[in-house]
Design a protein around this ligand. Sequence first.
Ligand code: ADE
Length: 228
Amino acid sequence: MRYHVLTLFPEMILDGLNTSIIGRAMNKGLIELNAINIRDFSTNKHMKVDDYPYGGGAGMVMQAEPVYLSYKSVADDIISRTGKKPRVVYLTPQGKVFNQRMAEEFAKEEDLIFLCGHYEGIDERALELIVTDNVSIGDYVLTGGELPAMVMIDTISRLVKGVLNNDDSAKYESFADNRLEYPQYTRPEEFMGMKVPKVLLSGDHKKVEQWREEESLKRTKERRPDLL
Ligand code: ADE
């Protein structure tokens, strides 16, 4: 999986994703992360990338040209390498709300381009030309698309083969079956007077599995009845 992030803050993307499981996956070559600075494609002598909105109103709008050129700089390579146009995800509160199903779909791609906006957004003409998917990470507004892109990259990467140590961990977790995960315990057997449920110490795998299924359902009913 190769991610290409078009952004005004490449260091935010690179610094944010180079630790823990995702950092290790990059070191192992399982995923590749390429952050492209949109400002490098400004044709303005002051390297400006934004301007006032036509029609007036608050804030600044990112101009079409540097966004389009930054896209071309990666898309042309991808097209000559794979023979097909990559999906381009624009992070926006106006998009479809991201979930595990969408992550599974995106995980099938070889290359993904993420476009991060700032200020009051991006000139609609650049979006019309390049964006294939408008995605939001929830009904609230962030200052830019970088954190949402990182959320998506983290979620998609753990579905890429080899990224998690154990293939099973991705299968038996929250949302895998539209259910929340069961509670987990580790040593010691007693902590501040609280004991680990007996069934987990029984060694009876069938009973453990049954208990986990029940807990999973109970938790989903209590916390996320909308999933059922
Ligand atoms: N940019 C600003 N807010 C956003 C959100 N909720 N999801 C995706 N991109 C965004």
